[in-house]
Design a protein around this ligand. Structure first.
Ligand SMILES: O=C(O)CCC(=O)C(=O)O
Length: 258
């Protein structure tokens, strides 16, 4: 969606991101790999610390889009996810679907990816494998970074092995968009997607993905989901939901209707 977000919001979000990066919380990660250089920084659930991110996550510009694309009468914030690739970051975002990382089931689940800088293929535009949400295939997640243990945690799960990026990129069409601040990209939780590093010399690639659910989404307490990562233990400890419960409560605020 082109120019869905106004300039004031973007300025506030950039400032919030710079504050978050200047003093990383325990929920933050640097995704490290052997392909050194640059920095691939991420953080989660920032709305709980940043008033700007909290307000933005509830603003009609973005929440109405989520409601419309999920065909939902009610919208709940699942979480926010910061993904910053600084200039000279060689590390790609591995090909993945989001749902296998999450303790969730349901149909009304969506991500709204909000870039805060101009994004091109050179600075790390996200590529989406066209139609992959309808393949009926759920792939095991792969770690974003070498020091993560995702693969081992998921080894026991009844999923297809992680997707083979070369094979998928050869056989299927991927699409991406150059985006300007104000544009947003929405994707389904089973869409395969990936991104190159940021090979530019000076263009930052700051983006926040806001994840929303509707009332049909359920908490599904399966082994090894992303909230069991040690850096998110403080978040998991605050979630008091039984398996099969709808996402509700202080950790998953209702953001629509206002
Ligand atoms: O920003 C990126 O590089 C990847 C984004 C992503 O994987 C997501 O929003 O689910």
């Amino acid at each position: 969606m082109r120019q869905a977000i106004g300039g004031n919001w973007l300025q506030r979000l950039r400032q919030a991101v710079d504050e978050i990066m200047a003093a990383p919380a325990s929920t933050a990660s640097d995704y490290r790999s052997e392909r050194g250089g640059g920095r691939f920084f991420s953080d989660f659930f920032m709305w709980r610390r940043s008033e700007s991110i909290d307000r933005f996550a509830r603003c009609p510009e973005i929440v109405e889009l989520a409601a419309k694309f999920m065909n939902a009468d009610e919208v709940f914030l699942f979480y926010d996810h910061l993904l910053v690739k600084e200039p000279g970051t060689s590390q790609p975002t591995p090909i993945h679907q989001d749902l296998p990382y999450w303790p969730l089931s349901g149909e009304q689940i969506i991500s709204v990816w909000v870039p805060l800088d101009p994004v091109t293929v050179d600075s790390g535009a996200v590529h989406y494998v066209s139609g992959s949400h309808r393949w009926g295939t759920v792939f095991a997640p792969q770690a974003f970074s070498n020091d993560s243990t995702y693969s081992q945690q998921y080894a026991e799960m009844d999923l297809m092995p992680p997707p083979d990026a070369d094979e998928i990129q050869t056989k299927h069409r991927s699409i991406y968009w150059d985006t300007q601040p104000g544009d947003v990209v929405l994707h389904h939780p089973l869409t395969l997607h990936y991104a190159p590093g940021n090979s530019t010399a000076s263009v930052r690639r700051r983006a926040i993905a806001f994840r929303y659910v509707g009332s049909d989404a359920r908490y599904q307490d399966r082994a090894g989901h992303f909230l069991t990562n040690p850096n998110l233990a403080s978040i998991l400890a605050q979630i008091d939901l039984r398996d099969g419960a709808p996402l509700r409560g202080a950790m998953f605020p209702r953001v629509w209707p206002p």
